[in-house]
Structure formats: structure tokens, C-alpha cells
Design a protein. Structure first.
Lengths: 262, 262
């Protein structure tokens, strides 16, 4: 009933894994992605700076006439989502809440979280999960090597195995492991090998796309017009290896076309 | 004869290894360091953006009344040094030229360069060395995992060994290997193990401090007043793990005090 695109932004290329999940679960929706590559990464920046950057990208997306916005960036979600919801009337979904809702629904209380150092330091995941789930027991681990390893394409070699072992070996008695960085679904297979069978591995991109789908349905905002969907990617700085890394992340080169500087 | 401080800036914490070299070879000089942590890393940014950022930090240093400036950042050196020299009359030394001068003086022609992906992509090292040394044969290798590994403190474990092996194994018949990123001196020992005895490993921080020393001497700009030198660190964004990482890089916590937001 609403043919406008879904808007999304990330500090860089990582959110492309969320893009891929949205594409596959909502094949009729147009999507506009902004990668704020000029300011990448948000990780080391202050709350104040991240709020300013998020405001700018949300305004950019609103100017492109989107119907809702996904903040496909852990840092921006944990530092700026609340403020953005206050500032803008357009529906905004972050990357953290959908996973927390799922964990609550499944009654999972022993939870591991792996993410970049910046995201772990911000405690965004931890606080959101604690807010939603009483008596939850959370173990967090910063994994600064995983994102560059994904960008290098080392997702299945001896080094990747050792690094992942090093990162998850101290997570004890968890029932679910949240992949708190959008790069990490690439390592899902290796991570699974390191953990006991019963541990659920949570791909946050999938959680987000489920949430978006549900939201559009409930509010009658789906695009019901049969058409080949339009995908458009804007970057704030084009001199970066976005295409190369995005191809690795989504493992499908055909998605990554139609890139423009904003 | 000139008691003003030496100014230096980097996009983040990496330049602290250069800071350390300056301290040890010029024990009488005051040093002011700016870490442009709000814009870290410069790696993925366009030339235009890096020129703007460099201009701002050089102006900040000039306002602090420094006598000369070291750009302790590979990306800023390769993208903006020439423009900064045009724009400002204060002496400015980058991180690349001192090494190229040394290689020329030693008549080394088969040269390996390892650096971050952004630095390698910018071709700054390669072009400067080619300009200085005729018939040089250069092999470059981007090593995106080394900087985060240094920040993680994994400088001597099995993973570090494997990663370094992977990065240097294809560099054949080189006589010198340039550590083109300020984080890499931490891996000097492991890198040495991977290479033949005769390969010189070039710590660019050392090259820079030699060049600064020579420049000050030649121009009678040394601080000859006997005193306990003042070291001051400014960050453009203080909410980052600068102190933790800097301690690892310089392996001396006492250096990292007196930090302020600029």
C-alpha cells in the first residue's frame, strides 16, 4: 500500500548483510542504503558525534522520501536510536531491539554477545537485553579482528579458526550467541563449530528483517505493486573499497551496483 | 636555540610509536601530539577530505606555537603533505620521505612495503620511493589485520605468527622491508623471523626522528635549555581507547598522561 522505499544507513559497508536479509525476506520492497564511509567507523566516536552523524543520514534518507528507516549499525543504534526517535516522526528501527525481543520471546537468559570493541564498550546490546529480560546473564566479548578478517576474505582458513576459538572459548554456558556486528554472519559456520550444539547463533540482520516485515504488515505499508525492486546505494565518500568488501559480505556481486556519492 | 615544542599529528593512536622515537632521540624537546580520533581512521577517506582534516590539525598545532610539524600518519602524508607544504610556511615533515631518503642513501633497490589497505591503495610509499630511487623494484602488501592485532595486544602469539607469515610469504628477493604503518614496529621480532637475515627492517618512526633531529640541528632550532621536557597529547574525541592502545604501542604507561580534548 506504500510504494516508497525502505531507507537504511550504516557507518560503512557492514550493513550490507542486513540489506541482503531485507532483500530476501521482502522481495517486493525498494531499498535505499547510505554508507557513511566519510565518517567510518562510528566505533571510536563520542555519543555527541554519533548523534550528529545519524541525524544527517536520517535527514538524507527522509529527503529521498523513504517510508521507514533501519539503522543498520550497532554503534549508531546504541548511541543515537533513542534521540533519533525523539527528533523524527518517521518510524526508525535499530539493529539491537529486534534481537532482544526475539530472545525474550524464546525465554533465553544466558546470552553471549560478540561485537566490535566500540560496540561492546558502548554497552548498547547489554543494556537493551537487560531492559527486556529480567535475570538475564550476559557475557560480552570484543572481537576487533573479525571485521577486518571478513573484509580480507579470511572466513574459513586456519587463522580464522584460531581467532574465533580465541574469542569464543571463554563464553561458558550460554544458550544463545548474538552476532553483534553486521560482518559476523560470514563466520557463522566456524563459530558454530566452536560452540555446543544447543547454542543458538543469532544473525541480527535476520532479526531486523523479520521486524521490518512485521512492522510493514501491521501498518499496511507493504509495497504490493508487482515490480522488479529498485536498490540504490549512496556513499558519503566513494574512495573506499566498498564494492570489494560488500561483494565479500553479501557474496553476490549483482547487488552492488547503482552506487552514487551523496 | 628554539624552545618551542615539536608538533605532530596522526589520525589516531598509531603515531605514538613515532612520538616515542622522537622522545628518545631528542630528549630535550617538548612535544605536542594531536590524535584526530574524531575522524579516525583517515584510511578510507578521499584525498579532499584528508586535506581538509590535515589543514585543521596543522592549524591547531600552529595555534599552539610549535616550531615544526611531523605528520605521523601514512595516509595524511601520502594524500596531503604536498598541499600542506604549499599552504603553510612552517616546516612540515611527513612519515614517508625520511625512509625514501634512507633507502636511496643505502642504495637499496628491492623493497617490500607493508601497510594498511588504505595506505597501500593510496600508493604514497610506492610513488615517493620511485621518485627518489631509479630502477627500484617494489612489492607492496596490504595487512589489514596487523593494526587491530597490535591494538588487541596479540603481538607474539600463534595467531600473530600465522598472520605475519601469510602477509610476508609472497615478498620475494627484497633487501629491505618498510613497516609502512606506525603500529607495525610491535611485530618487528616476528617479522624478522619470517625473513632472510639480510633483509633490513625499516622502522619508519626511527627514520622520521633522525630526519627531525638533523633538520633541527642544521637550522639551529634545537631546544638547548636543560629541562624536564613537556609532553602534551590532544585528542579531537576523547571517548576512545587511546590510553589503553597507546600503552601497548609505546609499552610505557608513563608517557601517556596529560591528555586533553581539543
Amino acid at each position: 500500500m506504500d510504494q516508497r522505499a525502505i531507507g537504511m544507513f550504516d557507518s560503512g559497508v557492514g550493513g550490507m548483510t542486513v540489506f541482503k536479509e531485507l532483500m530476501s525476506s521482502l522481495p517486493n520492497e525498494d531499498i535505499i542504503y547510505i554508507g557513511d564511509t566519510a565518517s567510518f567507523p562510528y566505533g571510536g566516536k563520542s555519543k555527541e558525534t554519533i548523534i550528529e552523524l545519524s541525524k544527517k543520514q536520517i535527514q538524507n534518507l527522509i529527503n529521498k522520501n523513504v517510508k521507514m528507516i533501519v539503522i543498520a549499525c550497532g554503534t549508531a543504534t546504541s548511541q543515537a536510536l533513542k534521540e533519533m526517535k525523539h527528533l523524527f516522526s518517521i518510524p526508525i528501527i535499530g539493529i539491537i531491539e529486534p534481537t532482544a525481543i526475539y530472545l525474550k520471546k524464546e525465554n533465553i537468559k544466558n546470552i553471549g554477545i560478540i561485537a566490535t570493541a566500540g560496540t561492546i564498550r558502548s554497552r548498547g546490546w547489554e543494556e537493551e537485553i537487560r531492559r527486556k529480560i529480567e535475570n538475564s546473564h550476559i557475557q560480552s566479548r570484543a572481537c576487533p579482528l573479525l571485521a577486518p578478517m571478513a573484509e580480507e576474505g579470511w572466513i574459513d582458513n586456519e587463522i580464522a579458526k584460531l581467532v574465533i576459538h580465541e574469542y569464543v572459548k571463554d563464553l561458558k554456558d550460554i544458550d544463545a550467541l548474538v552476532l553483534g556486528c553486521t560482518h559476523y554472519p560470514l563466520f557463522q559456520r566456524l563459530i558454530k563449530q566452536e560452540l555446543s550444539e544447543k547454542v543458538k547463533i543469532i544473525n541480527t540482520g535476520k532479526m531486523v528483517s523479520n521486524e521490518v516485515k512485521e512492522y510493514l504488515k501491521k501498518n499496511h505499508l507493504e509495497n504490493e505493486k508487482a515490480h522488479q525492486p529498485n536498490y540504490k546505494i549512496y556513499l558519503t565518500d566513494t574512495e573506499c573499497n566498498f564494492i570489494q568488501v560488500a561483494s565479500r559480505l553479501v557474496q553476490d556481486k549483482t547487488i552492488i551496483k547503482n552506487i552514487e556519492k551523496i
